[in-house]
Design a binder for this molecule. Structure first.
Ligand SMILES: *[C@@H]1O[C@H](CO)[C@@H](O)[C@H](O)[C@H]1NC(C)=O
Ligand SMILES: *[C@@H]1O[C@H](CO)[C@@H](O)[C@H](O)[C@H]1NC(C)=O
Ligand SMILES: *[C@@H]1O[C@H](CO)[C@@H](O)[C@H](O)[C@H]1NC(C)=O
Ligand SMILES: *[C@@H]1O[C@H](CO)[C@@H](O)[C@H](O)[C@H]1NC(C)=O
Ligand SMILES: *[C@@H]1O[C@H](CO)[C@@H](O)[C@H](O)[C@H]1NC(C)=O
Ligand SMILES: *[C@@H]1O[C@H](CO)[C@@H](O)[C@H](O)[C@H]1NC(C)=O
Length: 354
């Protein structure tokens, strides 16, 4: 019973896959947009003021109703869905994590199969075992047409959650090999910390700094700098990583980071180039939840607009806030620059025309 239905859904994905994206459209493409299945339990994310947890959860689960309606109202042509944080990275047991990743990916594929002109998917991956992560990425990209994967920072592991797995270590090279063979981007998204770290750093004195205001960038930027300094981009020069929230603050600190890291070279740090360099060749960033015009201009000077893509962070960020901001950039960017930010760079990076 299950198999025939499943093959039918697969054929729908393949049949609808011919997209007609071009650079002359005006609608936006957004790619850090959260979605959930009820099997994962309620989201730990914080609702807007005035919004209930139940409303947030309903918005996470929905695809074809209020989400699509807001896309229509706000000129969003295409949205890439991904499993809301911490998703698989919050599951310490390797078997349970691998099974949930398959469940999440299959449900996402079947939910978006009838509207692949408007919705794409980033895979969820268990990162306990790099070989298995590579195989699940391959399956979802080849069979479902997923556009890459989104990983919620480190993989927690071990019976007490005390082992944190970082993908900047050599045992993950088999995963990065598959990523570059498939030529898809991997989005690095934040997660809340395991309880031990969260209690020590935040609960003890400023619990409100957990999450998006501080914890997310502080934690995720370390992992991204780990990829750079452990030489992942030297071993995989074509690897494409996407970072949200206008770069998790790293570009503001390029000068200091590179200046200080020079001292580590004689001490055995394996990085061959410098962090600023990798951001020009391997890293893309999105504007998710960080609609700051002057910061965008600074990043345009530092990186060039061809490495910056529009995104929102729905349903944690209001779609209408994003629309007001991006439409207000008309006098700040040229028409060509604005089109690249809204959709052109995403079409190229996600290969939506291929
Ligand atoms: C570009 O795409 C838009 C829809 O997004 C369509 O209306 C238009 O005809 C397309 N233009 C070309 C040249 O294909
Ligand atoms: C896709 O299926 C969902 C669920 O059945 C439905 O709500 C939605 O209208 C469908 N979309 C299209 C474009 O057929
Ligand atoms: C990772 O998964 C592969 C493929 O299933 C398996 O051969 C290998 O032993 C696993 N590695 C570890 C460390 O468990
Ligand atoms: C990747 O998926 C394709 C298509 O399903 C399959 O032919 C290929 O063997 C897979 N690659 C690996 C390494 O398993
Ligand atoms: C490990 O983390 C999970 C999810 O964050 C939590 O439910 C569980 O209680 C934790 N286990 C321990 C032993 O702290
Ligand atoms: C980073 O490396 C590039 C050359 O690859 C160089 O031009 C630049 O000055 C370096 N930046 C710093 C801060 O060291």
């Amino acid at each position: 019973m299950f198999l025939p239905i499943f093959s039918f859904l697969l054929s729908l994905v393949v049949a609808c896959d011919a997209r007609v994206w071009n650079d002359t459209g005006v609608g936006t493409i957004v790619l850090e947009e959260a979605w959930a299945i009820s099997d994962l339990g309620p989201s730990s994310g914080v609702p807007f003021v005035g919004e209930t947890r139940a409303q947030l959860q309903a918005n996470l689960i929905d695809v074809h109703n209020q989400r699509l309606q807001q896309m229509d109202e706000n000129g969003i042509d295409f949205m890439v869905l991904s499993c809301t944080s911490s998703c698989i990275q919050g599951i310490s047991d390797p078997q349970a994590a691998a099974a949930m990743a398959i469940n999440v990916n299959n449900q996402m594929a079947s939910q978006i199969a009838n509207n692949t002109m408007r919705f794409g998917g980033f895979a969820s991956l268990s990162m306990h075992n790099a070989t298995e992560a590579a195989l699940e990425l391959n399956r979802t990209v080849r069979e479902f047409g997923f556009l890459g994967a989104l990983i919620n920072d480190y993989q927690q592991s071990g019976p007490d959650n005390m082992t944190l797995l970082y993908y900047d270590q050599p045992q993950y090279d088999v995963f990065w090999q598959m990523v570059t063979d498939l030529d898809v981007p991997i989005y690095f998204h934040p997660r809340i910390n395991i309880d031990l770290i969260s209690n020590l750093l935040y609960s003890s004195h400023a619990p409100w700094l957990k999450g998006a205001a501080q914890e997310f960038s502080a934690t995720l930027s370390t992992h991204i700098l780990g990829l750079c300094t452990n030489g992942v981009f030297d071993r995989f020069p074509n690897l494409k990583i996407i970072v949200g929230h206008l770069g998790e603050r790293i570009p503001s600190d390029f000068v200091r980071v590179d200046y200080q890291l020079q001292r580590q070279v004689p001490l055995g740090m394996p990085m061959l180039r410098n962090v600023t360099d990798y951001w020009h060749t391997n890293i893309y960033e999105t504007t998710s939840g960080n609609f700051a015009t002057e910061l965008l201009q600074f990043h345009k000077e530092q990186l060039g607009l061809d490495r910056i893509l529009y995104s929102i962070d729905y349903p944690f960020v209001d779609i209408a806030d994003g629309t007001r901001w991006i439409e207000g950039l008309t006098g700040v960017l040229t028409r060509e620059e604005l089109l690249a930010l809204k959709r052109g760079t995403a079409i190229k990076l996600l290969k939506l025309n291929d």
